[in-house]
Write a protein that binds this ligand. Structure first.
Ligand code: TYM
Length: 363
């Protein structure tokens, strides 16, 4: 829950956004209490997969009504790697459709496209003037994707600062993400605290909210590597649009290990543990308890496949409906960008003033 710090800009911002107050009339007399502000994002670099769904989006959908939630399709982030303009255009809409089909309700949360709110890039620049080259070049994702290559896009190095701007613009208390984003949230916290220390209290320092299971869904063909839109294997990645047959085939062919017993042991049995985590996220049962129910891999794989088919069938159906008539989605994104910008513009102004940037006089 957002701390009641007594700073009127925080209160003012919530009112300005027209959202963010949970009125607990009976519990709290006439005084409204602020809701937890949540922000997260997903890249439109490919079709959403089971890792995105179980590690992040499922939680977003489940908690959107009890928080003041902002979710964005981070199209600017997708430009850090090579992507054709037509692909970026179509995948941005497809990703928004996938999020709504997976349960985000644009009337409940604020759903928008990152580049529709230009405050993100301006705040990113201000934060780049707070970050150091050393801390950015040490980020794992930069080291994995581009370190040492002269031709790597400069934006791959500065990408985590743009992500920090995405979060800090909305005074987010919590950032629900998968485990691979942990380091980025740490950097965001460092930048916020450093900025506040140097220029005065400006940003809320956010916390990562990482699920207990399925925080790092692994590639079914290579359980040492996370399932990924950009670097995963096609046979090891289950898209949320995959048919029941494709899901069954991919799970049945998933790589396990030479032993035959079913144990939840991520270090020595990564493939089996990955299946157990997916089943756990789908059913709500503990992965250790689930493991005790199986004596061989076959029945476990069948149950994982059935659970994923059941979970994703309604999502795929809704994707088909929305894709046939995307007008509803584009209208929701436009409304979302307006709501997001109302919040973002206030924070950006605060940061600019704190740093000593002057306002253009409007006569
Ligand atoms: P992205 O697009 O790679 O992934 C979106 C969300 O899905 C989670 N995720 C996974 N969870 C479990 N297992 C996996 N194999 C898996 N793969 C992805 C990610 O952790 C993420 O929560 N940098 C971010 C996008 C971003 C962002 C932000 C996130 C930009 N600005 C601000 C939060 C707040 C990214 O590339 O996510």
């Amino acid at each position: 829950m957002r701390a009641l710090s007594g700073k009127c800009w925080l209160a003012g911002q919530c009112w300005l956004a027209g959202a963010g107050w949970l009125v607990l009339g009976e519990l709290n007399g006439d005084y409204p209490l602020p809701m937890t502000r949540v922000l997260s994002g997903v890249q439109p670099s490919g079709v959403l997969h089971v890792g995105n769904y179980l590690g992040a989006v499922k939680q977003w959908a489940a908690t959107q009504a009890e928080s003041d939630a902002f979710y964005c399709v981070v199209d600017l982030h997708a430009l850090t790697l090579d992507i054709a303009p037509d692909d970026l255009r179509s995948r941005t809409l497809e990703t928004a459709i996938g999020l709504i089909a997976a349960g985000l309700d644009p009337d409940v949360c604020t759903l928008f496209v990152q580049s529709h709110v230009p405050e993100h890039t301006e705040l990113a620049w201000l934060l780049e003037c707070t970050a150091s080259y050393g801390e950015l070049k040490r980020m794992t994702q930069f080291k994995d994707k581009g370190a040492g290559q002269e031709s790597v896009r400069a934006s791959l190095l500065t990408y985590p600062v743009l992500m920090a701007a995405d979060i800090l613009l909305y005074d987010a208390d919590e950032v629900p993400v998968g485990d691979d984003q942990r380091q980025h949230i740490e950097l965001t916290r460092d930048l916020a605290a450093r900025f506040n220390g140097r220029y005065g209290e400006t940003f809320v320092v956010p916390e990562a909210a990482i699920p207990k299971v399925a925080a790092r869904v692994m590639d079914l063909q290579n359980p040492e590597k996370k399932m990924s839109k950009s670097t995963g294997t096609p046979a090891g990645t289950i898209a949320i649009t995959d048919s029941a047959d494709e899901i069954v085939k991919k799970v049945r062919r998933s790589v396990t290990d030479a032993e035959t017993d079913v144990r939840y042991d991520v270090a020595s049995k990564p493939g089996v543990s990955n299946l157990l985590e997916m089943l756990s996220a789908a059913t709500g049962d503990d992965p250790y308890v689930l493991a005790s129910r199986y004596t061989s891999y076959g029945p476990l794989k069948n149950d994982v496949a059935d659970a994923l088919v059941a979970l994703l069938a309604p999502v795929r159906e809704r994707i088909n409906e929305l894709t046939a008539d995307p007008g509803e989605v584009t209208a929701a994104l436009e409304k979302g960008a307006d709501k997001a910008q109302a919040v973002a513009s206030v924070t950006l102004r605060r940061a600019r003033e704190a740093m000593g940037l002057t306002q253009r006089r409007i006569s």
